[in-house]
Design a protein around this ligand. Structure first.
Ligand SMILES: CC(=O)N[C@H]1[C@@H](OP(=O)(O)OP(=O)(O)OC[C@H]2O[C@@H](n3ccc(=O)[nH]c3=O)[C@H](O)[C@@H]2O)O[C@H](CO)[C@@H](O)[C@@H]1O
Length: 343
């Protein structure tokens, strides 16, 4: 393959997990990868000391959406200056391929790839509703990959093989896991604490990812209830946590959603209502329409719906989830990118 590959984007775990899948695949193929993210958000935490990367750059960039006019102008001027900086990096590392996984961290390197005429841009859009940056830049992309866009040549999500390898068909609910997404979700934490006494009485174990900000409160609440739950703020072992569970309650962030599918874990989704364009609701709606999950909006949450769900035919759902997503997707996408690079 000619030159180095730049992977850009991030902000939150959903984008970064996809970036990680690409880094892993190119690294296996011996192709040098440079990560360009932001110093704001979780990018540094994920990749700052990653030995698989030839170089990492964390630029001081922030989002443009949801800002007043002055904030928008300042952010745009900053992106222009950082785009120029990225062009310098592209020359230094002979970059011919840029893969954007979206989020505000991706803006500068994505624009630089559009300006640099001998550089191809690829976008991975995770969500059912396209993010603002991707809406603007997708017309310049060689390919846009998405599990939701009908025209995507690979219509699957890059999920690590671990989730497939540790998947199993569920029969009976002995353990329920609660997942709030990379940052945790107070609404899911409160719902879990409300359900916990009854679950405990039913002899059902609890696994609970509470998020950094709410972890101590949640841990204390379980202690007050005298319930021995597996509570953590953030874990690198989500595949193992999913493997242990027979049913999940989760936000509908795209990476988590497809990981749950790969793991064949029946799930009750509670989408984050402020997600841009309500995309978390629509991420899960496709599965709901196929009766492959349960879906309730935060403001309509009822315990009764949850208990009906865990008492339904979870074996059937779990079995049908096996054909909801294919493995090795990142390898297929990388094959296309490598092929195009030779042209
Ligand atoms: C609030 C918001 O706007 N969230 C968006 C964000 O979600 P968020 O960042 O929460 O992303 P996802 O739910 O898609 O993914 C979270 C990722 O972090 C991993 N994980 C999570 C918890 C943990 O303890 N350990 C761990 O490794 C999960 O396995 C998963 O791979 O990006 C997603 C992908 O664009 C979007 O669909 C979400 O709507």
């Amino acid at each position: 393959m000619r030159g180095s590959v730049v992977i850009t984007g991030g902000g939150t775990g959903g984008h970064l997990k996809v970036a990680d899948a690409f880094i892993e695949e190119f690294n296996k193929r011996g192709i040098p990868v440079i990560f360009i993210g932001s110093s704001n958000g979780q990018d540094k935490q994920w990749f700052e000391n990653d030995k698989r990367l030839k170089a990492t750059y964390f630029l001081d960039t922030k989002g443009v959406v949801n800002k007043n006019a002055f904030g928008k102008v300042t952010s745009i001027l900053n992106i222009i200056s950082k785009t120029n900086y990225c062009l310098g990096l592209f020359s230094k590392y002979n970059v011919k391929t840029v893969i954007s996984v979206g989020g505000f961290s991706a803006a500068a390197a994505t624009f630089a790839s559009i300006v640099k005429l001998d550089c191809k841009l690829y976008i991975h859009e995770q969500n059912s509703v396209m993010g603002t940056l991707n809406k603007v830049t997708s017309k310049f992309a060689t390919e846009v990959f998405s599990s939701f866009i009908k025209t995507s040549i690979i219509k699957d999500y890059p999920v690590s093989n671990e989730f497939f390898d540790l998947g199993r068909i569920r029969d009976k609910v002995n353990t329920v896991a609660f997942f709030g997404g990379s940052q945790g979700a107070i609404a899911i934490n409160n719902f879990a604490l409300k359900l916990a006494p009854k679950l405990n009485d039913m002899g059902i174990n609890i696994i609970h990812q509470a998020g950094k900000n709410d972890y101590h409160r949640v841990k204390e609440e379980y202690a007050k209830l005298n319930i021995d739950a597996d509570v953590f703020d953030f874990s690198k072992e989500i595949p193992l946590k999913m493997q242990k569970a027979d049913f999940a309650v989760s936000r509908a962030g795209a990476s988590t959603l497809w990981e749950l599918c790969a793991n064949c874990l029946p799930t009750f989704f509670i989408p984050y209502k402020h997600a841009a364009g309500d995309h978390q609701f629509y991420n899960a709606k496709d599965l709901k329409d196929k009766e492959l999950c349960f879906l309730q909006r935060e403001e309509e949450l009822r315990e009764e719906e949850f208990f009906n769900a865990i008492n339904s035919d979870i074996h059937d759902i779990s079995k049908r989830l096996t054909s909801s997503i294919n493995s090795n997707v990142v390898a297929l996408i990388c094959n296309i990118i490598v092929q195009n690079n030779k042209k």
